[in-house]
Design a protein around this ligand. Structure first.
Ligand code: TEU
Ligand code: CA
Length: 580
């Protein structure tokens, strides 16, 4: 007896493309859609079923495409609408699905809606964004409240023309849309969603999809950053009162017309119970979510934490965060995702394992083993499959492009009067967690600029491209790339356990190794378990055997060493199929 066919977005393996740094086809130094099209056979061979393309819409690129000035067009730097149509068709011809990024909490300040809205208080779109009067104190103009933007500074920007402030939770060039208005929601559904579903895309990764509904009384946030003017106000804009109503409306009025549309939501700053309210199948809101506990380890996500305030976590905290993500959906109708990287995060090798050249490749395979065995839709980020690492320590602030990091750096500079030791700390933090770490161009081969472009790359290519690149790894059977291929195959073959199984950690408090099992008491797998051993250490570690697996028949499915022995060598990984 096998289960009813699960939704396509549950079993599929997804790959995220951040277009500017993926592959350049025309030598202008910027990745583009034709570049992506040229690599579809590569993705297919890797075992990818779903491509998630980060924003390629028309945009002034103040937040690298997450500031959209026209939902219905492609930015010329990435190509044309015809290129996008070709991408949709080629993905489908090859049996792959395509997700676009849906960025509808805000638009660009260059979007025609905003250009009209900002003119005065009476135009047709006057209320399409969130406008408030200044607060006057001692005759001086101040923002309406003390909210801090997620990227630092005030969340309000003054517009002289209109004589009011508008709200922007991200950079000032990203004004927040006023979701409270019916006609705004209808315009979004029409232009940002239906337009693309009509052209054939299969779903969306939904940007910050728990921020649309704000506390409309816009109260001041409590002071937690002493001595600072602007305070984290997440409590007033994350998971606001009308979120569920709107997501349901979107599903019923729009998505349902198109069948099983995947909506992979980003839910920062949300605890497990709250997450379920968005993804339980019966609520019919999101298909699945990205939970951020793992990637936020060592910091206080979204609560005004500065880059240099993120510290190295210990392995039990990592296991706890993975366990939360794994248990989220257990015994429920809900679904989640497994991922360690995206365009907003540092590289997983640096963050969760080691980038030491001695162990780098082995550790990349170890992390691939972990991800390959986790419940949820698996998302791989460009370059992760070859073990790309963070920007080199020798790079300074001049290589940083991202406003998030630049603001953080300038904030420290300003607050501490340019004190060099503070600046060093700020830079160390940026090297550790900056988004730019994931945004350096992908290394396709060992030729100049890593084969990313024949022109001048828009962003500096990592110095290590001669050592870490796709072409060399293709040729080497024991490369991270070839390991990923094998791991994805195993994940598919044993999907009942790897993709759908129940997760159990056996050595929670061990600081150097991670032992977990996956089991599924149905579909003929009652007497089988996947048993995974992972080392997170430079030293040899003993194996921790779960009691019920001891002395049982074990078949080795995959390992990053040729002949696994009695102990775990540094950064070793192995997966056994145990017959109970
Ligand atoms: O990110 C939303 C988000 O929660 C970010 O604050 C994230 O935590 C931060 O980037 C970490 O430094 C999404 C997009 O993924 C991001 O690239 C955009 O900048 C942001 O929305 C605004 O659209
Ligand atoms: Ca290009």
């Amino acid at each position: 007896m096998s289960a009813p066919t699960p939704n396509w977005w549950k079993t599929g393996t997804a790959y995220q493309v951040w277009p500017a740094s993926y592959k350049d086809s025309n030598g202008d130094g910027i990745g583009d859609i034709q570049g992506l099209i040229s690599t579809l056979p590569y993705l297919k061979k890797l075992g990818i079923d779903i491509v998630w393309l980060s924003p390629m819409y028309k945009s002034p690129q103040k937040d690298f495409g997450y500031d959209i000035s026209d939902y219905q067009d492609v930015d010329p730097q990435f190509g044309t609408l015809a290129d996008l149509d070709e991408l949709i068709k080629k993905c489908h011809d090859m049996g792959m699905k395509l997700l676009l990024d849906l960025v509808i909490n805000h638009t660009s300040d260059q979007h025609k809606w905003f250009l009209e809205s900002k003119k005065d208080k009476t135009n047709e779109k006057a209320d399409w964004y969130i406008w408030r009067d200044a607060k006057m104190v001692d005759g001086k103009r101040h923002p309406p409240n003390n909210w801090r933007s997620i990227f630092g500074g005030s969340a309000w920007e003054w517009v002289e023309e209109r004589g009011q402030y508008y709200l922007h939770l991200f950079v000032p060039e990203q004004p927040d849309l006023n979701w409270e208005l019916d006609e705004v929601r209808q315009a979004i559904y029409r232009e940002a969603i239906s337009f693309w579903l009509d052209r054939g895309v299969d779903g969306f990764r939904v940007d910050t999809c728990n921020l649309y509904s704000k506390n409309t009384s816009y109260p001041d946030a409590p002071i937690v950053l002493m001595g600072e003017e602007y305070q984290p106000a997440e409590a007033h804009f994350v998971n606001g009162p009308r979120m569920h109503e709107w997501l349901k409306e979107q599903r019923e009025q729009v998505l349902d017309k198109y069948g099983d549309v995947a909506m992979v939501g980003e839910l920062p700053g949300t605890d497990a119970a709250e997450v379920l309210k968005y993804v339980a199948a019966e609520v019919r809101e999101l298909s699945c979510v990205f939970d951020f506990d793992v990637v936020s380890l060592g910091g206080r996500h979204g609560a005004g934490v500065k880059k240099h305030q993120v510290h190295k976590h210990d392995l039990p905290s990592f296991k706890q965060a993975i366990g939360k993500q794994q248990d989220l959906t257990r015994g429920t109708t809900a679904w989640s995702t497994a991922f360690l990287e995206n365009h907003d995060q540092a590289r997983s090798l640096n963050r969760f394992a080691t980038a030491d050249p001695k162990y780098r490749e082995k550790a990349a395979k170890m992390l691939a083993t972990l991800l390959g065995c986790l419940t949820g839709t698996l998302f791989i980020y460009q370059g992760q499959e070859i073990g790309m690492v963070n920007m080199p320590d020798s790079w300074g602030i001049e290589e940083i492009k991202d406003p998030d990091s630049l603001n953080a750096y300038h904030d420290v500079m300003h607050r501490h009067d340019g004190e060099p030791l503070w600046l060093e700390k700020a830079m160390a933090g940026i090297r550790r967690v900056a988004r730019d770490n994931a945004r350096t161009p992908v290394h396709w081969d060992s030729s100049k600029h890593g084969g990313f472009t024949t022109g001048e790359p828009w962003m500096r290519v990592h110095d290590l491209y001669p050592e870490i690149n796709v072409a060399d790894q293709e040729k080497n059977p024991s490369s991270p790339l070839n390991y990923w291929r094998k791991m994805i195959e195993i994940r598919q073959k044993y999907a009942e356990l790897a993709v759908f199984g129940d997760f159990e950690t056996w050595d929670f408090l061990e600081p150097d190794s991670f032992t977990f099992t996956k089991e599924n008491k149905s579909n003929g797998y009652e007497k089988k378990k996947l048993l995974t051993f992972l080392s997170f250490s430079d030293e040899v570690q003993p194996l921790h055997f779960p009691p019920d697996c001891k002395g049982k028949e074990m078949e080795l499915l995959i390992s990053n060493v040729d002949e696994p022995g009695k102990h775990l060598t540094p950064w070793e990984a192995r997966v056994y199929l145990v017959s109970l």
